[in-house]
Design a protein around this ligand. Structure first.
Ligand code: ADP
Ligand code: MG
Length: 474
């Protein structure tokens, strides 16, 4: 497969001029982040890092990723409604992982009290890498699915114009026209709008649970703007504000500062450091309410790595999606090797395999947000340490995907323009809305391509490792 832009990457002076043009266009388009120095203010902002050129992606794999997205929506929704599956799957993990255990506690409490929420909204992003097979062909392999705070739909809606600009500067108008249009922020907003409408209270608001320090605010604003254009008002509040000022009435309707909330959209609350005791209490209050949570606690749990690993067991998809053999086949085709590390023979064998060939595996804890996985020597040390303790059940082992590297320039504020060897990760945004037992919306709403230098094993855009990109279909 052709992998790159060839001779264009050789001419350093041309790259620098192109980079200047690209950065100015990115700023003009709103491909923005707040700075690490001032993460709570928009006084000074910068461009979000991105690639100078769009990266080549096989059209067939793009189409495959789009085609399986509705299946993933159905699967996540099915898992979230299957309390027995969640309980069984997470039973060993929650004994050893306090964070997952606390989420699970809330899930149990809500189930015991009875779920007041009747409309369910999923905004997720399924991420893939392109495995480079021995015969040279690429294969789409899922890395994970994000069911909470799946980000960059807003900025990804604005990057196609930047890459078209770069190609147009080079008089590559035919190539520029091949960059796909992409508007996930609109699709995500339409999902929220549908949930808001079904909640059925014209004056109710959307409550976005925000972090105090949020560099990625423009990504979120893109969705807020789409909602406001549809006359749906969004308020941004922190968990601390919910703790202080949130309340439920007799019917468990949620009120914030005296205003009714129809939809709670979490852009916080996906990692342990984001929860103080008060924040846990605020989360419980939100979960107990009849407002539409995106995601509700069960859907967040459905996105854990332990669930991902259990879904890959032979026969599991068939149980969760009965009578849908084609969906099952599409889903299974994207699964990489996933292995349980629960105590017992199966886990022992997985550990032995990883220790025998460390470069072929990744060790993953139940965490989100990048930078938590272990590779190579670090993985070996961790496995040696964990292997005789029940703590190992809080991790899963995954086959390491090895894409074929290609050259591109990663543009970052303050960094020189230079060509790096890179690999990409493709995300597809999925949206679904369910009212009671009836699915009223199920669709894909766009994509995100992120690219990073191969020297980094882990980490996304927020972690400062990957940068925004666009697929150039070939
Ligand atoms: P997180 O929830 O922290 O985003 P991920 O499972 O997405 O966790 O892993 C973070 C990053 O690590 C990914 O974006 C990818 O770059 C890398 N990674 C994860 N799993 C694999 C894998 N199986 N093979 C190769 N790289 C991986
Ligand atoms: Mg990830």
């Amino acid at each position: 497969m052709a992998t790159g832009w060839g001779s264009l990457l050789q001419d350093e002076r041309q790259l620098e001029e192109l980079a200047r043009q690209a950065v100015d266009r990115a700023l003009a388009e709103g491909v923005l982040l707040r700075t690490s120095q001032e993460p709570s203010s928009s006084n000074v902002v910068s461009y979000a890092p991105f690639t100078l050129f769009p990266s080549l992606v096989p059209s067939a794999l793009l189409e495959q990723a789009y085609a399986v997205q509705m299946d993933f929506n159905l699967l996540v929704d099915a898992v979230s409604q299957n309390a027995a599956f969640l309980e069984q799957t997470l039973s060993s993990t929650i004994k050893r992982d306090d964070y997952t255990a606390r989420l699970f506690d809330i899930h149990k409490q809500v189930l015991k009290e009875g779920i007041a929420q009747t409309v369910f909204l999923g905004l997720n992003r399924s991420d893939y890498m392109f495995q480079h097979n021995a015969d040279g062909s690429p294969a789409l392999k899922q890395i994970e699915i994000n069911t909470i705070s799946a980000s960059f739909g807003g900025l990804a809606s604005r990057t196609p114009a930047v890459h078209r600009h770069v190609l147009n500067v080079l008089s590559k108008t035919k190539e520029a026209a091949k960059i796909l249009s992409n508007n996930p922020s609109e699709g995500l907003a339409l999902g929220i709008a549908k949930a808001w409408e079904l909640y059925g209270s014209a004056n109710a608001l959307v409550l976005l649970i925000a972090q105090e320090k949020e560099r990625n605010i423009f990504d979120q604003r893109a969705i807020e703007n789409e909602l406001l254009a549809r006359n749906i008002h969004v308020i941004r509040r922190r968990f601390e504000d919910v703790f202080e000022k949130g309340s439920l009435d007799q019917d468990r309707r949620l009120f914030m500062d005296g205003q009714e909330v129809a939809v709670v959209y979490f852009r916080d609350g996906y990692m342990p450091s984001q929860y103080s005791q008060q924040n846990w209490e605020a989360r419980l209050l939100l979960e107990r309410s009849c407002a539409v949570k995106c995601p509700d606690i069960a859907t967040q749990l459905a996105g854990t790595k332990k669930v991902q690993q259990e879904l890959s067991r032979v026969g599991m998809l068939e149980v969760l999606l009965p009578g849908q053999p084609q969906a099952v086949a599409r889903l299974r085709a994207t699964f990489a090797g996933l292995y349980s590390l629960d105590m017992g023979e199966e886990g022992d064998q997985a550990i032995a395999k990883a220790l025998a060939a460390p470069s072929r595996f990744v060790l993953k804890p139940q965490r989100e947000g990048g930078g938590n996985n272990l590779y190579g020597e670090e993985m070996v040390q961790a496995l040696e340490q964990l292997k005789d303790s029940e703590e190992r059940a809080s991790y899963i082992l995954m086959e390491k995907i090895e894409p074929e590297p290609f050259g591109n320039c990663l543009l970052r504020p303050g960094s020189p323009t230079r060509v790096d060897q890179c690999i990409s990760e493709l995300g597809i945004f999925g949206v679904y809305v369910r009212q009671g037992k009836t699915l009223v919306m199920n669709k894909h709403v766009g994509h995100l391509l992120r690219t990073k230098a191969i020297v980094h094993a882990d980490g996304g855009v927020a972690a400062g490792v990957a940068v925004l990109d666009n697929p150039y279909p070939v």
